[in-house]
Design a protein around this ligand. Structure first.
Ligand code: CA
Length: 678
């Protein structure tokens, strides 16, 4: 599957609505269409702008639980960085009545108070071809900020301080700064920030917050030691204070689930005396732990240092369908934590629960939804879309990005991996979930109805009768689960046949409460390994640490396991500190041929050398390469037909060596199988 850089690690302010950081520059009334849900107010220079709705939006079909005690000035933001590239690509956006409308009007009319926009220094190659991801330089950001301000929305400026995507996996220095020492780079960053904010002010954007980098987990702008990181951030902060004195200064990190990470970042920023206001986190529930953990780590920062805290990025899939022919990060086999159904209601519930969580953290000031407007460009094939992505930059990366980022964007360029997480459907119509930004203030008492049924699993020994469950848990629109009767579409004869299929997994479909159900039936095979899925800890396995890794152990975490609840886990922060073997010895095999398979997933590997191997009587007879790419992307190695003579000793294993990048190489190994060749 195509790699998606946006997820490689594993990706807000009082309503003083009209006060931009350089004063009010509201657009003329003629440019700001009045809507029924918006009020109008005289701005400082006598021009009218539309405001966010002050009354509950009626007619929404979704169940929304009111967020109690939500502050009036709570930031309810949407990152809309791709909008201009999307429009250039021919995408049209509509209002809730099916009429074409400026997407910023629709956002504001749905309760959105802030628009976030990423800014890259120079996302273009030497010939002026855009790298993609919206080709978001400061000019694009100014246009987005100007349009957002017309509808009373403030701008959150997300400086990546890179020429293209910066995230926990990489923080590449802009080409123009590549040869500078730290002092020169700090000066350049200061000047660039100041000039950029000036452009935003001149365009009429209402800058409400400015980020010093994007998901800067221990790196920014090519620097990885904290003195340098803080020096660069301080230069940016100084420029914000001078150019936009009313704006909040934010730092932004990812991976709240990593034990102690945020406490460590906040302590370093405090010791380095960085001048900032907001400690912001990404929170993607697929990978980033529980909301109670998020509360805990953000509260620690808020309470210890008196900082404001918020969620700067979150999103959730409303469907598993892909609409642009570029595979999605969250798809059928993603294997990620699923706390809500993949429906429009589930998406609304996710947004509501994240808002509810942050609103009840000390100093919690807001939540921003990531890329709510990034949808398919609408062609009917990958080829059609690819031509559009390349021309207008509406895919995540174009082939031109190879110039700057040959290893990632240059290899895996393409379309949008998150079109199933947007707040608009593939045709550009807003989803009812968009109005959750309004409805959280009031609640919406719609009927509670069935949403979705997660697949269930049954495992039997070969020849054993297969018993399918009589009820399944049906996910309801209030996010509760109800055990309801299920009708499976299978005959007894078919089940009897399946029970003979040692080593096979079958799919049985069914129906409950009008929703489709699915049961995977696994018939155990003749696996010759003991503890093949690590459910008994490290029993039977030998680990040899060759480079002093920080973490090598069997972990009990179902969402990170391929099957069962446990797997073998590795992680290490320092470069080149991941090198180990994990192996099991099998004696007394009958003479014959054998097949071996084992699975791995992980990320931040940098340069890697990973392979499965089989040794017979101490000699390696076969290897098969493996790759770690992204969370949930399991890679299974197969070594088939290994010949074993009577009395020979067989060792099966995995060798892992990673240079590491970003926060350090990590991964999970699970489900080793050795069985006679069929
Ligand atoms: Ca897609």
């Amino acid at each position: 599957m195509r790699k998606h850089l946006l997820w490689a690690a594993a990706l807000l302010l009082p309503l003083g609505l009209l006060i931009g950081c350089a004063g009010v520059r509201a657009a003329a009334a003629a440019e700001a269409p009045e809507t029924e849900t918006a009020e109008e107010e005289e701005s400082g220079d006598g021009q009218a702008v539309s405001l966010i709705p002050t009354e509950k939006l009626e007619g929404n079909p979704l169940w929304v639980k009111k967020v109690e005690d939500l502050p009036e000035d709570f930031i309810l933001g949407v990152d809309a960085s791709s909008v201009i590239a999307e429009e250039d690509s021919g995408v049209k956006y509509y209002d809730f009545d099916g009429q074409e409308q400026d997407v910023f009007a629709t956002l504001a009319g749905s309760g959105v108070t802030h628009i976030r926009v990423r800014v890259w220094n120079h996302p273009y190659d030497a010939d002026g071809n855009g790298y993609g991801g919206g080709n978001n330089d400061i000019e694009k950001a100014a246009e987005i900020g100007r349009r957002a301000a017309r509808y009373g929305m403030k701008l959150i400026v997300d400086f990546h301080y890179s020429d293209f995507w910066a995230d926990p996996g990489k923080q590449m220095v802009p080409l123009a700064w590549a040869d500078m020492d730290l002092e020169e780079k700090s000066e350049a960053l200061y000047a660039y920030t100041a000039e950029s904010l000036e452009k935003l002010n001149e365009a009429g954007a209402a800058v409400g917050m400015v980020q010093l980098g994007n998901e800067t987990n221990g790196a920014i702008c090519g620097e990885t030691d904290w003195d340098s990181i803080i020096a660069l951030m301080a230069a940016g902060s100084r420029a914000v204070r001078e150019q936009c004195p009313q704006a909040l200064v934010a730092v932004h990190f990812a991976n709240p689930e990593r034990d102690g990470a945020y406490a460590d970042y906040a302590r370093r920023l405090d010791e380095g005396e960085l001048d900032y206001d907001v400690f912001a986190s990404s929170y993607y529930p697929y990978w980033h732990g529980t909301l109670s953990n998020l509360t805990s780590v953000l509260s620690q920062v808020a309470n210890t240092y008196g900082k404001k805290v918020m969620v700067m990025e979150t999103s959730y899939a409303y469907t598993l369908e892909d609409t642009d022919f570029a595979g999605n990060t969250i798809a059928e086999d993603s294997g990620v934590a699923k706390d809500f159904p993949y429906t429009v209601q589930g998406q609304a519930n996710e947004i509501r629960d994240v808002i509810d969580t942050v609103a009840h953290i000390e100093n919690g000031i807001g939540v921003v939804y990531w890329e709510g407007t990034w949808i398919t460009v609408g062609g009917d094939s990958w080829e059609t879309n690819a031509a559009i992505w390349e021309e207008h930059g509406s895919g995540w990366a174009s082939r031109f990005a190879a110039d700057y980022d040959p290893d990632d964007a240059g290899q895996y360029y393409g379309g949008c991996a998150v079109d199933n997480q947007a707040l608009f459907d593939a045709q550009g119509h807003p989803l009812p979930s968009l109005q959750v930004f309004n409805l959280v203030r009031y609640g919406n008492d719609a009927d509670i109805v069935p949403q979705q049924i997660d697949p269930v699993r049954v495992t039997v020994s070969g020849g054993e009768a297969i018993q399918l469950p009589e009820t399944v848990d049906v996910w309801m629109s209030d996010n509760s689960k109800q055990a309801l009767p299920v009708q499976w579409d299978v005959t007894q004869e078919e089940l009897d046949g399946m029970s003979q299929g040692a080593g096979e997994t079958y799919t049985v479909l069914g129906e409950a409460a009008g929703e489709s159900a699915c049961c995977y039936v696994s018939v155990a095979g003749s696996n010759l390994l003991v503890n093949d899925s690590f459910e008994d800890g490290d029993t039977g396995w030998t680990v040899t640490d060759l480079a002093g890794a920080d973490e090598l152990y069997v972990e009990d975490k179902a969402t990170d396991s391929l099957t069962g609840t446990k797997h073998f886990h590795f992680w290490s922060a320092a470069a080149n500190s991941v090198e180990f073997t994990l192996e099991q010895t099998v004696e007394g095999l009958a003479a014959g041929k054998y097949d071996y398979a084992v699975s791995i997933m992980g990320g931040d590997g940098g340069q890697t050398d990973i392979y499965a191997y089989v040794k017979v009587d101490g000699e390696t007879v076969a290897t098969a390469p493996m790759a770690i790419t992204a969370y949930g992307q399991w890679d299974t190695a197969h070594i088939d037909g290994v010949e074993v003579a009577e009395g020979q000793s067989v060792v099966v294993g995995v060798y892992v060596k990673c240079a590491g990048e970003g926060g350090g190489a990590w991964g999970k190994i699970d489900d080793a199988v050795l069985r006679p060749t069929a």
